[in-house]
Design a protein. Structure first.
Length: 267
């Protein structure tokens, strides 16, 4: 899943793709690199981010979604608002990626189900504005897994197709470095508890910079690639990344190695 942030304030590339033409060009580039989905978002969810109104979010994302869809790119819309999801689905998106897991807007799951769309349910503690103030858990793996399971059950009850569901543990969304590492170490357990394939979005996140001596966002791609390999090796179905090229190549190489290990020789 390749990221296109149509925002002025996202932590990594805010402002670079605010112009619709630039965003469409970037989405096409990610698709050519091999991204299975291009995830378009018009509201930053970085720690401390202020919310964006529905009309402004629509203005940012709908032309980009439409432009990519008409070019044959498979698009997901990154939003917590059912009105934005509905407009994006009408414009050609096929998946809704909701950082609230469908809890921020009571109409979200019905919109997804009515469109026959896919749904990514993510875990977040609090809101982007407040989530990193003092996140606490008794058992982060158990609590996140339980939340994801309840969101899968809610989506199924709303009529979302079982095969269209994915879950995301929400690395960096209301978690400390220790929480993130615990979740990354428990990916197989999380997938089993949640009952849906896992998406992991850790690309260029601040905890990577913290672990590696204070790297800036644009210096974290090697660390992101290492996590891509880690996540796929532990059963993740998809990673959400800013740089699709390296993650796609890593995934292809892992496939070759896996086939060779099963056959006893080169694939």
């Amino acid at each position: 899943m390749g990221v296109v942030n149509v925002t002025p304030d996202s932590f990594s590339d805010g402002g670079r793709f605010l112009d619709p033409a630039a965003a469409v060009a970037r989405g096409e580039e990610l698709a050519r690199a091999g991204a299975a989905l291009v995830d378009v978002g018009g509201e930053s969810t970085r720690p401390g981010a202020a919310p964006v109104g529905v009309e402004e979010e629509l203005r940012r994302v709908v032309p980009v979604v439409s432009g990519l869809a008409t070019r044959g790119v498979v698009v997901s819309i990154d939003t917590t608002k059912s009105a934005v999801a509905a407009a994006a689905l009408d414009a050609g998106a096929v998946v809704v990626n909701d950082v609230s897991g469908g809890t921020a807007d009571p109409d979200m799951l019905a919109v997804v189900a009515a469109a026959g769309a896919g749904f990514v349910a993510m875990h977040m503690r609090g809101t982007p504005r407040t989530m990193q103030e003092d996140p606490r858990y008794d058992d982060v793996v158990r609590e996140v897994g339980r939340f994801l399971r309840t969101r899968v059950e809610a989506a199924l009850a709303a009529g979302v197709h079982e095969g269209a569901l994915l879950v995301d543990p929400g690395i960096g969304f209301g978690k400390t470095v220790a929480h993130n590492l615990a979740l990354l170490g428990a990916l197989p357990e999380l997938a089993g508890v949640a009952g849906a394939p896992l998406v992991v979005g850790a690309s260029r996140k601040s905890f990577l910079g913290s672990l590696l001596g204070g790297l800036a966002p644009d210096e974290r791609d090697e660390a992101t690639l290492a996590l891509t390999v880690w996540c796929f090796e532990r059963g993740a179905a998809m990673v959400r990344v800013h740089d699709a090229d390296s993650s796609v190549r890593a995934a292809r190489l892992l496939d070759v190695c896996e086939r060779a290990s099963q056959s006893g020789g080169p694939a």
